[in-house]
Design a protein around this ligand. Structure first.
Ligand SMILES: Nc1ncnc2c1ncn2[C@@H]1O[C@H](COP(=O)(O)OP(=O)(O)OP(=O)(O)O)[C@@H](O)[C@H]1O
Length: 344
């Protein structure tokens, strides 16, 4: 979608076509499969400019662009895709575009002469190409949603921290945090699509997005490290495995627990699980990752870290008495801390 962002040559050409009330059917690549469904027209090898696009689209038929989208390879082409491929489109231009895209796997852009709209067909789906203002409004809406999802994720992570220090986490609590992380990531991928569709106009959205996503990947990794069974490796136990689930499956806690890697023949959703302490220790800014790992290796569980005295903690390599005191204070504070746990 980035090549169709405002300011790009193809986009500038499409906007001219819309303004001129002519239509267009443009195949974004000239693979062998594309030539197989192309008939008539004439082959050329012209530099893609907005003007050339506009002029060549005045002809009956469609265009084929080179793979790098820098050149126009053919114009006035009549496309003859398999007419049995399923499509909801009614007009012949739009039906052909949808079917050509499905049959060849190459995206196809259409400008409707009658509706003055632009769309891209990709893998059997039609995606509208919106005016910059429309796109910006939708991007801002998605960003607002992302901010509220981030807030809910922060609350879920905070609750998990409190349960962890009290040593009363159940499988279900870990799954809830996983759900929040995955939902956040899905909305973020929508925001990223808008950013790439907006091109340079998406810079401000991108800056705000970056603020919102900071810490979330680390959170996913640390939660996975905290609850992964000793015998499992990151490929069999990971919060990130939730990306494979459908939206409906994200409502099914049992299915989610399985996807993360909990063995439900051993646990049920209410079973208690103990974290190692990776996430809580990562929130202590003075502690190097190496020293944090040494603490986890020595004590094994967060419960033992919480129970350890300052002097026991201070014996660990890279900790020392001052950091040992900070660890103790920080763990104690977590019980009534109201701050955002993602930011430590
Ligand atoms: N298979 C095809 N290959 C190339 N061009 C096509 C094909 N089918 C239609 N077109 C082009 O689309 C033009 C408009 O066709 P039609 O009005 O039936 O389509 P439409 O989907 O309703 O599009 P629009 O909204 O632009 O009217 C045709 O005159 C032709 O130039």
């Amino acid at each position: 979608m980035a090549i169709l962002a405002p300011g790009m040559p193809i986009r500038a050409g499409l906007e001219r076509i819309v303004r001129g009330h002519t239509g267009a059917l443009i195949v974004l690549g000239d693979s062998e499969k594309v030539w197989e469904v192309a008939s008539g027209g004439f082959v050329l090898d012209a530099q893609l400019t907005p003007q050339a696009l506009r002029e060549l689209c005045k002809m009956d038929g469609g265009l084929i662009l080179s793979e790098d989208l820098e050149r126009i390879k053919a114009a006035g082409v009549h496309f003859v895709p398999d007419g049995d491929l399923p499509t909801m489109e009614t007009g012949t231009r739009h039906r052909s575009a949808d079917q050509v895209s499905q049959q060849t796997g190459v995206p196809v852009v259409v400008v409707s002469a009658s509706m003055s709209t632009m769309a891209i067909f990709l893998e059997g789906e039609r995606h509208p190409i919106m005016e910059p203002n429309q796109l910006l409004a939708q991007a801002n809406q998605a960003l607002d949603t992302l901010a509220s999802y981030r807030e809910r994720l922060s609350v879920a992570a905070m609750n998990l921290s409190i349960l962890e220090v009290r040593d009363s986490v159940a499988v279900d609590d870990v799954v809830q945090v996983g759900r929040r992380i995955e939902m956040f990531r899905r909305i973020d991928s929508e925001v990223r699509n808008y950013v790439s569709g907006l091109g340079v106009q998406g810079r401000l959205i991108q800056l705000q997005r970056k603020e919102l996503v900071s810490g979330v990947d680390d959170l996913a990794r640390l939660v996975s490290d905290d609850y992964r069974p000793r015998y499992a490796d990151p490929s069999t136990f990971s919060i990130s495995a939730l990306s494979q689930l459908t939206w409906e499956e994200l409502d099914d806690t049992q299915r989610m627990a399985e996807a993360i890697g909990f063995d439900l023949t051993v646990h049920n959703l209410g079973s208690g699980v103990s974290p190692r302490g990776h996430r809580q220790l990562a929130a202590i800014s003075d502690l190097s990752p190496r020293a944090a790992q040494a603490v986890v290796d020595h004590f094994g569980t967060l419960r033992s870290i919480v129970a350890a005295s300052t002097s026991e903690l201070s014996q660990i390599a890279g900790v020392g008495s001052q950091r040992a005191r900070i660890i103790r204070e920080q763990l104690q504070r977590t019980l009534d801390d109201e701050s955002d746990p993602l930011n430590g």
